[in-house]
Design a protein around this ligand. Structure first.
Ligand code: PEP
Ligand code: MG
Length: 763
């Protein structure tokens, strides 16, 4: 920077600017002063060391506006008088985007907001960095100079590190008085909007699925010792990544391996290591250095339009978090072994279904995931366990700290981080209201699911764990329309042998107490991977080698499962359903395998099931064009609407960018389902639908209009769907759909919702 302020002590060029700033900040904090005085001294010192004509601190108010709180260089009368609306000007932009803004000639920038009271017209170059803590922007730190010039990368990094220290002082109360003026704790509260993926509301405290360390000690007492800590931690990080990569289970290629290779690439990156060492040499602790370099790199990567860099940034975030955990001595091992708060709300970037089940259910109240849609398997497990969950909560991991108060609203898809007391009490009321509604549903439990014009609808539940069986009774359901057998396989650390499987299926049938149970044969592949089986990498796993395709190509696993099912159902009815059938003749091949197992059982003298019903899932659109060939070959069919919808619209069910683009209540999907219902009537083949749409009252209503009379859903949906059915005239919704499906295109949701509102249907 060009000009130098004459009254500041000179900084020796050899002494890193950051180190000097840190030392002076520490001195300021040690001196007796009130909050405002301290901020005034801080800006004066930063201006001096950075050789800036102006240094200002803007702090964020609860409504998102920014108030000029302290300034060296701008008119003193502007302090506490200049307010910028949320997002206004370059300062507002910096706060909103959470990234540095470096402008050689700020006044020429279209977003520049000129404030005459500040006297800033004489300054051209402008550098603003967000003052952040745990991803929350508390304010903005700005330097300005008279000359037109771009600040160097080093300037930006020094400012970021300084902002980090300022943030720490702000929230720790060291700048007392300031916190209460702008209500810092309230400024920290925030709402993150995502997608509701499992119904319900939960209040609790954050636990990070991948725990992140909050760095509290910033300044090193002994820089040489910090350097040693850093070197040791780096070595441990590299070794642990090498170990993971050489592990036999991960030795095949695949997504997980690509991710780890990228980690390893970063971990061995000389540039990263050099920057970390430099940060420590400037006076930071090893932990603070990791945090600072992470923030600095993030700012640069976020500027890149190429999504590749955003992905790399995620890698670097994860890697930095790992390094912080090593420095803090937090074990990397099984996450479930951490201390869980009694009212845990789990926050994760991404999560597989088996990982969720690893947590102690009695303490788990809710779940928030950055990625992951309503149809992802972790969402399905959350629903099965009755855990309220929100997905696609962009940036949530960076915005929370373990132990934060948090509310998960799985009804509308909102997450309230560090909520105010007003929000907490509003939600407590909501929870009470929902409990009253739940009572209403419970009162319906023993009443039949019959429409006002006498149409009976069978309501079944989807399950996958023995723990789900209690829901059969509690919900008043007619049985289990979909038992996802793969969950047991996914939870097991080794392949469950016939004996173990037999016991598990026996227990399920016993618990069902004579009610229907439909076992789905192993549906693995896609996002359901068994850790102990070789994983074959695929470009498009959802349409790859999965489900029935695997069963036919490698029959041993399928036959083992059938053997266990036949034995478990001895003397009882056994229903088996085959997922992902694409061609009618696949059912012939499946039956040959089943017959082999029946013959084997007969030869061994094992008691057989009293009856065996074999069904196909309708999930792949091709079978819709072979119904006259498929239906005579099966005893029943069940629509897997999650997969059917994704394949019908060619929209990946787990890709948040496309998952909501097409509505299942559109002409195309409703016509497909209607055609199926008509064919089933013609062939007298029992028909069920067991995808997520069955559990949403408005969609269940449409299904009844299409002719469906058996629906299988998450247990918590039984009450709301039954209430809808009991307030519905089946004939009226049938007529409405007949009309809507002629000559229309696209989404029919609002017409169907209007019908429900006009007819007073409980939705
Ligand atoms: C479906 O695809 O709708 C279904 C029920 O199966 P899953 O969600 O397990 O793929
Ligand atoms: Mg499916």
């Amino acid at each position: 920077m060009h000009s130098r302020r004459g009254d500041e002590p000179r900084v020796m060029p050899s002494e890193p600017a950051l180190r000097v700033i840190m030392r002076r900040l520490r001195d300021i904090m040690g001196e007796p002063a009130d909050g405002q005085e301290r901020l005034d001294r801080i800006v004066r010192q930063i201006a001096g060391v950075m050789v800036a004509d102006v240094c200002s601190i803007y702090l964020r108010r609860q409504d998102g506006s920014l108030e000029l709180f302290a300034s060296e260089g701008l008119n003193a009368t502007a302090v506490h008088a200049t307010m910028l609306k949320k997002g206004e000007g370059l300062v507002g932009r910096c706060a909103e985007l959470g990234v540095p803004i470096n402008e050689p000639d700020a006044a020429k920038h279209p977003a520049f907001s000129y404030r005459p009271e500040t006297g800033e017209e004489v300054y051209h170059s402008f550098l603003a960095v967000p003052i952040q803590r745990s991803g929350q922007v508390l304010g903005v730190l700005v330097v300005q100079n008279r000359t037109v010039k771009e600040y160097s990368d080093e300037d930006v990094e020094v400012m970021q590190a300084t902002a980090m220290v300022v943030a720490e002082h702000l929230v720790s109360g060291a700048v007392s008085g300031v916190g209460s003026t702008i209500e810092l704790s309230r400024a920290l509260s925030r709402v993150v909007t995502g997608e509701p993926i499992s119904d319900g509301i939960a209040l609790g405290h954050v636990m990070l699925h991948e725990p992140r360390i909050v760095v509290t000690k910033l300044m090193a007492d002994d820089p040489a010792a910090e350097l040693r800590r850093l070197d040791d931690a780096m070595l441990e990080l590299k070794t642990s990544l090498d170990d993971i990569l050489s592990h036999e289970l991960l030795s095949g290629a695949g997504d997980h391996r690509d991710v780890l290779e990228a980690y390893r690439m970063f971990a061995h990156d000389r540039g990263w290591e050099r920057r970390l060492r430099e940060a420590v040499q400037s006076g930071l602790t090893a932990d603070a250095a990791v945090e600072r370099v992470k923030n600095g790199t993030r700012a640069r990567m976020l500027k890149q339009p190429d999504p590749f860099w955003r992905e790399r940034q995620r890698d670097l975030d994860d890697l930095s978090d790992r390094l912080l955990r090593i420095l803090a001595g937090v074990p990397m091992g099984p996450l479930a072994s951490q201390e869980m708060p009694a009212d845990t709300i789990l926050v994760a970037r991404a999560m597989g279904p088996a990982e969720l089940i690893d947590y102690d259910r009695s303490k788990l109240r809710g779940l928030v995931i950055e990625h992951g849609s309503g149809q992802s398997h972790v969402a399905i497990v959350a629903k099965a366990l009755g855990i309220p969950a929100v997905g696609q909560a962009e940036g949530i991991v960076e915005r929370v700290t373990a132990g934060d108060a948090i509310i998960v609203d799985g009804v509308i898809g909102e997450v309230h981080v560090r909520p105010s007391t007003e929000v907490v009490s509003a939600y407590t009321d909501k929870v009470r209201f929902r409990a009253r509604r739940q009572k209403h549903y419970q009162a319906l439990r023993d009443l039949p699911a019959v429409t006002r014009d006498g149409e009976q609808v069978a309501l079944q539940i989807n399950a996958g764990l023995l723990a789900d069986m209690a829901h059969v009774r509690e919900s008043g359901s007619d049985g289990i329309g979909l038992f996802r057998t793969e969950l047991m396989f996914m939870l097991s650390h080794s392949l469950p042998r016939v004996e173990r499987q037999t016991q598990a299926y026996e227990a399920v049938l016993k618990e069902a107490d004579g009610k229907t149970v439909v076992f789905r044969s192993l549906d693995i592949g896609g996002d359901k991977v068994l850790p102990y089986l070789p994983h074959v990498p695929e470009e498009n796993p959802a349409i790859g080698w999965r489900a029935v395709r695997m069963s036919l190509d490698r029959p041993a696993l399928f036959r083992m499962q059938i053997r266990a099912l036949l034995r478990a159902a001895a003397g009882r009815e056994l229903r088996v359903m085959i997922p992902m059938v694409s061609v009618a003749t696949e059912m012939d091949e499946i039956k040959v395998l089943i017959d082999k197992e029946r013959d084997l059982a007969a030869r061994r003298g094992w008691a057989a099931p009293s009856s065996l019903l074999i069904g196909a899932m309708i999930e792949v659109p091709s079978v819709l064009f072979e119904l006259d060939e498929l239906l005579p070959r099966v005893d029943f069919v069940s629509v897997g609407s999650n997969d059917l919808t994704q394949f019908l619209f060619a929209a990946d069910r787990s890709n948040s960018r496309v998952v909501n683009r097409f509505d299942v209540l559109s002409v195309a999907s409703l016509r497909a389902l209607k055609q199926l219902a008509c064919a089933c009537r013609r062939h007298q083949t029992p028909l069920t639908l067991c995808g997520e749409m069955a559990g949403r009252p408005i969609e269940a209503m449409a299904l009844i209009g299409l002719g469906f009379r058996t629906l299988s859903m998450a247990p918590a949906s039984i009450g709301p769907v039954k209430a809808m059915i009991r307030s519905l005239e089946a004939d009226a919704i049938t007529k409405l759909l007949d009309e809507l499906l002629v000559g229309r295109s696209g989404n029919l949701r609002s017409d169907i919702e209007d019908f429900a509102a006009r007819n007073g249907i409980e939705i």
